[in-house]
Ligand binder design. Structure first.
Ligand SMILES: Nc1ncnc2c1ncn2[C@@H]1O[C@H](COP(=O)(O)OP(=O)(O)OP(=O)(O)O)[C@@H](O)[C@H]1O
Ligand SMILES: [Mg+2]
Length: 515
């Protein structure tokens, strides 16, 4: 039933509820994106699970977020429960085999999976501003901060680097303001305070090194199956902004790092974006535009993005229009907004003369969906009322003990578990400040030395400075660059470039890696 060119989704039914035909997702159109929607409890997570299973078996790595922990069961073998076996019979899934899948667990907080990190510079000013909910003016300052970091060779890796940089900018606000405009101490201070809030919310874990290598979410097993990366997102959901920003960052990284492949036989990676409404809620237009752009362009890198959300109205129309493979579970239609959602969902399908789409959407049972996928030449198939197949892996969560064991056995075990804190902006600025302070102290000592008692014959009995500038003058607090400062700058510059960070901002304003 499932061949090597498609994923079996389930069986469509005739009006009298008899079997009609198998519904498939063609792997060749797996990168044409998709959408899974439906009210709560209608079967979205299970649909995600069976699609992820199908991609993995076809050798396609998958990245997905696990909002409630109930997707984690995909790592374990399923069991023959009556209702699952019955469903398998209804959809003519024969044989109904059970299987465990190669899963790598990830967690931004490092608790329920391998820590997943990004550096501040990879995140870039646009996404950071979105993460911190900055005003337009504040975003302007964030852009300037990144520019200054680039110019002065300051590596921005973790939150304390950004904090140190902002503190430094606040100190030099007059000088920087005169160069770039609109930088004042209070406005920088406001950003610094937002950053503190972010830190208190646990984001400090996420920013730093070792940063995630994209290759680690694109692994395949020896037997040719795609690894399924499952991001623990239950705790992350308490900070929806961090969640959305992280997934956006990941998409933009994929976009930056993967080569063009056009239309591959099967996707290189499939990305499930659960609770996708969080991405677009109160998002400024510029961000929505960028997301639309990334989704459009990432297709030719062979990456399929599947949005999962309760309401199709959650997704902006420009994005919705690009989602070729659709699984629409039941929606309620009590309120006007709900009725509108049903109509929108119904209107996006190629109609089937056998039934009225909008009516069907309100009548679908659990684990039943209106399905339309891309067929020959990428044309959407006529919508079908489909019973979704049961999963081969376990339905529901794994236990903490099982999780610990899977994490210990994972192929990236040990690779990300310890934070590395190498020299970056925080240390560099600290060093600079210390040097400035030392120089000042030296100068002060020299000044005060003149009035102090001296011990004859110990070389300091002639405190008056010689002409010819034997002693370096104390550096001015700002503006003038001392020789030492210039030397430090050139050193950090070379450090900056030796790590291979090209100063090129990518599609979401993040720093493209020069690997
Ligand atoms: N394809 C299916 N085969 C068998 N049972 C299913 C199927 N889909 C859903 N179910 C049953 O319905 C239950 C709820 O499904 P699921 O957890 O996927 O809903 P959901 O839409 O993700 O809900 P929520 O919005 O609350 O996350 C499952 O636990 C399972 O018992
Ligand atoms: Mg769910």
């Amino acid at each position: 039933m499932a061949d090597d060119k498609s994923i079996f989704i389930g069986a469509s039914r005739k009006l009298d509820d008899s079997y009609q035909r198998a519904e498939q997702l063609l792997l060749q159109y797996g990168n044409r994106h998709g959408l899974i929607t439906g009210a709560t409890g209608t079967g979205k997570t299970v649909s995600l699970q069976i699609l992820a299973e199908g991609f993995s078996n076809a050798g396609v790595p998958v990245f997905c977020a696990d909002i409630k922990g109930d997707l984690s069961g995909i790592a374990m073998m399923g069991t023959a429960q009556d209702f699952l076996v019955k469903r398998a019979e209804q959809v003519k899934l024969d044989p109904y085999d059970f299987q465990e899948f190669p899963v790598i667990f990830w967690d931004l907080f490092g608790e329920q999976g391998h820590p997943i990190r990004a550096t501040i510079s990879e995140m870039g000013p646009l996404l950071l501003s979105r993460l911190m909910n900055l005003s337009e003016a504040q975003e302007g300052i964030m852009n300037i901060a990144f520019r200054i970091a680039d110019e002065e060779g300051l590596l921005l890796l973790d939150l304390k680097d950004l904090q140190a940089l902002l503190a430094n900018i606040a100190e030099r606000a007059d000088e920087i303001g005169s160069r770039y405009g609109n930088v004042t101490k209070p406005s920088v201070g406001a950003i610094q305070r937002t950053l503190l809030v972010l830190e208190q919310q646990g984001a400090a874990n996420f920013f730093g090194e070792p940063a995630l290598h994209i290759a680690d979410i694109m692994r395949t097993t020896r037997d040719g199956r795609g690894a399924i990366s499952v991001l623990a997102a239950d705790k992350l959901m308490m900070n929806p902004r961090l969640y959305a920003t992280f997934l956006l960052w990941l998409m933009s990284e994929l976009f930056e790092e993967l080569p063009e492949v056009g239309d591959p036989e099967r996707p290189k990676l499939v990305f499930f974006f659960d609770e996708a409404h969080l991405l677009f809620e109160d998002a400024p237009k510029v961000l929505v535009d960028r997301v639309e752009q990334v989704v459009r362009l990432i297709r030719s890198k062979g990456v399929g993005v599947y949005f999962v959300t309760q309401n199709p109205l959650d997704i902006p129309e420009t994005v919705l229009a690009q989602l070729g493979n659709r699984v629409q579970h039941a929606l309620r239609a009590y309120t006007p907004r709900e009725q509108k959602a049903v109509r929108t969902a119904a209107d996006t399908f190629r109609p089937n003369p056998d039934f009225d789409c909008a009516t069907a959407i309100t009548q679908l049972g659990t684990g039943e969906a209106l399905v339309s996928t891309l067929e020959t030449k990428g044309v959407p198939s006529m919508v079908q009322r489909t019973l979704v197949r049961p999963p081969s892996s376990r339905l529901g969560p794994i236990t903490p003990v099982e999780r610990r064991q899977l994490i210990a056995e994972s192929p990236v075990s040990g690779q990300y578990d310890q934070t590395v804190d190498r020299e970056s902006a925080f240390e560099m600025l600290q060093k600079k400040a210390k040097e400035a302070q030392d120089a000042e102290e030296q100068a002060q000592q020299a000044d005060s030395g003149r009035s102090r008692w001296t011990i004859p014959g110990f070389g300091n009995d002639d405190p008056a400075p010689q002409s010819g500038g034997r002693r370096a003058p104390a550096p001015r607090p700002s503006n003038r660059q001392t020789v030492a400062e210039a030397a430090i700058k050139s050193v950090v510059r070379s450090v900056g470039s030796s790590v291979g960070r090209a100063i090129v901002r990518g599609i979401l304003g993040s720093l493209a890696r020069g690997r």
